[in-house]
Design a protein around this ligand. Structure first.
Ligand SMILES: [Zn+2]
Length: 160
C-alpha cells in the first residue's frame, strides 16, 4: 500500500468520535513495511477492545474504528477471517463491530464481521513460504483482501 503519514491516519476515520480520535494510538509507522500491507490494522494497547483499520480507498486514506466483542469463539474449532479468508484456530478470530458513520452510528447502529484478532491479515497471508505460495497467488490474495476490507468500509460509510 502507499505509505500513510500520522496526519493521514488521524484524518482518515469515518466512524470515530472526537473523543476517540483525541486518544488514538498511532502505530509504529516508521517500522511498517508498506509494500507488504494491504491495510494498516492495529489494536489499542490502552483500550483492549478497540481496534483501527486504515486503508486507501479512491485515493484517500480511509479509516474505521472497530470494537471487539467480549468473549471469543469456542476454542477448539476452526474459524475463518472474513477479510483474509484464512482458516485458523477460533481463538485467533474475533467478532468485531464497527459503528456506522454519522447519525446511525451515534444511535448505536453497528456492522459486525469476524476478523483476525490482531487485525494483521496482511502478515498472515504472507506466512506461507514462497515455495508453497507463488508471488502471483500472493498478489491475488492481497488484492482480494483489500477488496473485502474496502467493501466493509463502504458498508460502514453508507448512510442510507
Ligand atoms: Zn484476517
Amino acid at each position: 500500500m502507499k505509505p500513510l503519514t500520522e496526519d493521514d491516519i488521524r484524518s482518515s476515520f469515518v466512524n470515530a468520535t472526537d473523543e476517540q480520535l483525541a486518544r488514538l494510538p498511532i502505530p509504529g509507522i516508521h517500522e511498517t513495511l508498506w509494500d507488504e500491507r494491504e491495510f494498516l490494522g492495529w489494536r489499542d494497547p490502552q483500550a483492549s477492545r478497540l481496534g483501527y483499520i486504515v486503508h486507501w480507498m479512491d485515493g484517500r486514506p480511509t479509516g474505521i474504528l472497530v470494537r471487539a466483542a467480549s468473549g471469543g469463539l469456542r476454542p477448539g474449532i476452526a474459524a475463518m477471517c472474513s477479510f483474509c479468508h484464512s482458516s485458523q484456530p477460533a481463538t485467533q478470530v474475533r467478532m468485531f463491530s464497527a459503528p456506522r458513520a454519522g447519525e446511525a452510528g451515534r444511535n448505536g447502529n453497528t456492522i459486525g464481521s469476524y476478523i483476525c484478532d490482531d487485525l494483521a491479515c496482511s502478515l498472515l497471508i504472507r506466512v506461507t513460504p514462497p515455495h508453497v505460495q507463488s508471488s502471483e497467488r500472493l498478489a491475488e490474495r492481497g488484492a482480494a483482501l483489500l477488496t473485502r476490507v474496502q467493501n466493509f468500509t463502504a458498508t460502514v460509510m453508507k448512510t442510507a
